[in-house]
Each structure stands twice: as structure tokens, then as C-alpha cells.
Design a protein around this ligand. Structure first.
Ligand code: GDP
Ligand code: IMO
Ligand code: MG
Length: 429
């Protein structure tokens, strides 16, 4: 039995989906533990691409059981969209896809509220994905949430409407009186969502703990990244969950003592979608160039991603918070054509040099990233399959990442396809 975690060490979109798919044939269960359909996890197999928002990226491996854990907020519509995409690909989910009964529901009014609130924030907008994530989590924490186990019990809906509808409507009315729901409309929303998720809802906590007891291998798939963590990220420019390892225990019901291996996915450079501090961000022209090279457009919203140099200050913080043991580096091939590469090893901030991302850093702060410069390798890596295929300059770049972050690199991805991964050393899941 083993429990492994694959999580993002930057601001999301590190390539978690690709690496989870790659590792999934070595495990029995793949489980999402937080976030919701704000995630966009891209997997490419034999030229076919699929983007997962809720369903774990392990579903393409036919013998893998997949669980959407209790820490995830689930939109039935988004879930249905993915089921249809899988059907088109001829992937059967029969008897191996489950949603934890304690997971909370995102209803259409949550999405509406998310967009209304973003509009009201004006210049201070967070740049959310507009999927109702923060609103569903806010209701969960404020105890106005609806769990899967409530949703599939029609007889509870009357009491839920009595208890919660005025609250939901008071929030909607702040921004748009015409968005207020009648009781009938609200019950119809529940009806539509319930019909979609009903066959998949189960006691996920027992499912995963029984699997562990039976000696199975479990892989926990993070969404977003540690810098978007509501507790440890660049607040308030964060998401509303805990992508860091702490989220695994609360989001799946796996005791922390059962976690064996923690892998941190890091892009060979850095990207961010939405607003918030980003010290190593490129200036406009070079940023647009790297965005083109890396095709850096959001997998969920299509928005252009902001791009910058690899930031060891960010990744060190992720390692500290999440207990990351080894890095999985992605998109090294995107740097193929660059003459030289920079790695940020520290910031000068508030008159001192800092080596761990400061929690107090704001967008307005003057922060100077301190860089080391390395030569580029100026050759294509996309066909590299072993360490020996990597040019000396690429190996040197990876060596410096290891030294500056302080943990080893277990594998390096050099293209979007499943087989484009170089295993750097033996490692276990
Ligand atoms: P996730 O949210 O962490 O799963 O990452 P996304 O799927 O949002 O973004 C990663 C993007 O990079 C996707 O388009 C992947 O297909 C692509 N990708 C992943 N790894 C590599 C790589 O090593 N090289 C290249 N060129 N593309 C990659
Ligand atoms: P994956 O799993 C990158 C960002 C949004 C916004 C902030 C809050 O694909 O890495 P939210 O909709 O969560 O309330 O938005 O978080 N964000 C992501 N950025 N990758 C993601 O997921 C993200 N999920 C949310 O852009 O800045
Ligand atoms: Mg993504």
C-alpha cells in the first residue's frame, strides 16, 4: 500500500494532468482532493487531447479507480461535460468513477454570484475562472452548503430551501435583483444536478481507506498550486481551497500519517493566470514570445497566461509547506530556443534579501528578483528519452534547480504527450 501526492508548486498549470496520467498506470486509485472545475488538466495520448476539470486525470488508464474527494466542489454540468468527452473517446467509466458523498455542490447561482462579485470588484478583480468556486466554498464554510448526500435525497430539499434560500437570494440581490431565485427555480436546479451525479455518489472516505487497507496504491492529484492556496498563497489573489499537502487529509479523509511520497510539479519557468503578485514576470515583449513558445493560454478559460523565469523563492515555499520530496519538471522543451536562461534565487524586498516567498508581498510592493544566468542549450529536447539524451547545458540547468530548491528532480517532461517524460532517477509511487 502507498499514498502519493502530485501537486503544483507554482500558480497552477504546471502540467499536473500530464504527469498524473503518466504515473496512473503504476497505481490503483487516483483521487482529486480539492478545487473544482476551475482546474484544467490537459492530457495528450496518441495525439488526442482531453482537458479534465473535475474527473481525475487517471481515468484514461482502464484499470484505475477514480474518486472526486469530499474536498472538491462539484458542478454537475461540468461533470456531465467531461463524461460526454470521455464517451466520445470511447473511455468507459463504468464502476470506476465515484464522487464522495460529502463533497459540496456548485449550483448555477454560485457561478452567477462569482461573476457578479468579480464585476463589482472592478480594478481589484481577482481574475477568477468564473466557475463559482469561492462561492460554493464560502457556503460550505458558512454552513449554507449542499452536499452530494443531500442532493441525492429529494426528501431533504424542502428543508434546504427553507433554511438557505433567503441567504442565497440576499447575496444575489446585492448585485442584481433580477437574479433572485424562486423556490421552484431553486428546486429545479437541484433536480437537474441530482439526476447527473446520482449514480456516482458514494462514501469516498471508506472507498479510499479500504483501498489502502487492501494494500492498493493511491495517487492524490492536486489542482491549482501552492501559491494559490487560500492559507499560504498570494492572498487575496488565490483560490478558495488548499492545494498544498494539508488538503489531502481534509479533502479525502486520509490520515496524514498514511502519506508516503510527495511530488511537486514545477514548470521549467513560471506562469500565472489572473491578477496578483508575480515577481519574476517577463516584460511585455519577451513575455509574449515565451507565451507563444509555450502556448500559454488557460486550459479552462482560454485566457493568456502571464509568463516569467523559474522562481526558486516560490518553489522553496511550496516545498516547506507541502513537504515536497522530489520535483517533477515540465515544459523544459519550451526553453529550447532561448540563448540564456535565468533562475531567481532570492528577492530584495523591504531592504533585505529573502529566500522564501514573503506572505506579506503585495502587487504594489517594490521587489527585486535576484537572478543567476545560465547558457541555453539551443537544441530540441522533444525526442529525448533518457538523461543521456539531454545536452550538457540542459543538465546544468536542472542541476541548478535542484541545488537552489534543495530537493532532487525525479522526472522531466519534454513535450505534451504521455511518453515525453525522462525519468531522472528511480522513484516510487
Ligand atoms: P495542469 O493544470 O497543471 O494540469 O496544466 P495545464 O494542462 O493547465 O497546462 C499545461 C500545458 O502544458 C498543457 O497544454 C499540456 O499539454 C502542456 N504540457 C505539459 N507538459 C509539457 C511539456 O513537457 N512540454 C510541452 N511542450 N507541453 C507540455
Ligand atoms: P489548475 O488545476 C491556474 C486562479 C484563477 C484566479 C484564482 C482564483 O489547472 O492548475 P477561482 O476560479 O479558483 O476562484 O480563481 O485562481 N486559478 C488557476 N490558475 N490553474 C488553475 O488550475 C487555476 N484554478 C484557479 O485564474 O487567479
Ligand atoms: Mg491547468
Amino acid at each position: 500500500m502507498s499514498v502519493s501526492v502530485v501537486l503544483g508548486c507554482q500558480w497552477g498549470d504546471e502540467g499536473k494532468g500530464k504527469l498524473v496520467d503518466w504515473l496512473a498506470d503504476r497505481v490503483d486509485v487516483v483521487a482529486r482532493y480539492q478545487g473544482g472545475p476551475n482546474a484544467g488538466h490537459t492530457v495528450k495520448v496518441d495525439g488526442q487531447q482531453i482537458i479534465f476539470h473535475l474527473i481525475p486525470s487517471g481515468i484514461l488508464r482502464p484499470r484505475t479507480v477514480c474518486l472526486i474527494g469530499n474536498g472538491v466542489v462539484v458542478s454537475a454540468e461540468a461533470f456531465q461535460g467531461e463524461l460526454e468527452a470521455l464517451k466520445k473517446l470511447g473511455v468507459s467509466v463504468e464502476g470506476r468513477l465515484f464522487i464522495s458523498e460529502n463533497a459540496h455542490v456548485i449550483l448555477p447561482f454560485h457561478r452567477q454570484l462569482d461573476m457578479l462579485q468579480e464585476k463589482a470588484r472592478g480594478k481589484g478583480a481577482i481574475g477568477t475562472t468564473g466557475r463559482g468556486i469561492g462561492n460554493a466554498y464560502a457556503d460550505k464554510i458558512a454552513r449554507y452548503g449542499i452536499r452530494m448526500l443531500d442532493l441525492i435525497r429529494r426528501e431533504r430539499w424542502g428543508a434546504i430551501a427553507d433554511r438557505n434560500l433567503d441567504h442565497y437570494n440576499s447575496l444575489l440581490a446585492i448585485h442584481d435583483r433580477s437574479a433572485v431565485m424562486t423556490r421552484e427555480r431553486f428546486l429545479a436546479m437541484l433536480d437537474e444536478s441530482a439526476a447527473i451525479v446520482q449514480p456516482f455518489v458514494t462514501d469516498g472516505v471508506t472507498l479510499i481507506n479500504e483501498a489502502a487497507r487492501a494494500g492498493k496504491k493511491i495517487l492524490c492529484e492536486g489542482a491549482q498550486g501552492v501559491m494559490l492556496d487560500v492559507d499560504f498563497g498570494t492572498y487575496p489573489y488565490v483560490t478558495s481551497s488548499n492545494p498544498s499537502t494539508g488538503g489531502v487529509s481534509t479533502g479525502l479523509g486520509i490520515p496524514p500519517t498514511q502519506i508516503n511520497y510527495i511530488y511537486g510539479v514545477c514548470k521549467a519557468y513560471t506562469t500565472r493566470v489572473g491578477a496578483g503578485p508575480f515577481p519574476t514576470e517577463f516584460e511585455e515583449v519577451f513575455g509574449a514570445h515565451v507565451r507563444d513558445l509555450g502556448n500559454e493560454y488557460g486550459a479552462t478559460t482560454g485566457r493568456p497566461r502571464r509568463c516569467g523565469w523559474f522562481d526558486a523563492v516560490v518553489v522553496r515555499r511550496a516545498v516547506q509547506i507541502s513537504g515536497v520530496q522530489q520535483m517533477l519538471i515540465t515544459k523544459l522543451d519550451i526553453l529550447d530556443t532561448l540563448d540564456e536562461l535565468k533562475i531567481c534565487y532570492a528577492y530584495r524586498w523591504e531592504g533585505r534579501e529573502v529566500s522564501l516567498f514573503p506572505f506579506g508581498l503585495t502587487c504594489e510592493d517594490k521587489v527585486e528578483p535576484l537572478y543567476e544566468t545560465l547558457p541555453g542549450w539551443k537544441t530540441s529536447l522533444v525526442n529525448a528519452t533518457t538523461i543521456d539524451d539531454l545536452p550538457a547545458a540542459a543538465r546544468k540547468y536542472l542541476d541548478r534547480l535542484e541545488e537552489l530548491v534543495g530537493i532532487p528532480v525525479a522526472a522531466v517532461s519534454v513535450g505534451p504527450n504521455r511518453n515525453q517524460v525522462i525519468q531522472m532517477r528511480a522513484f516510487e509511487v
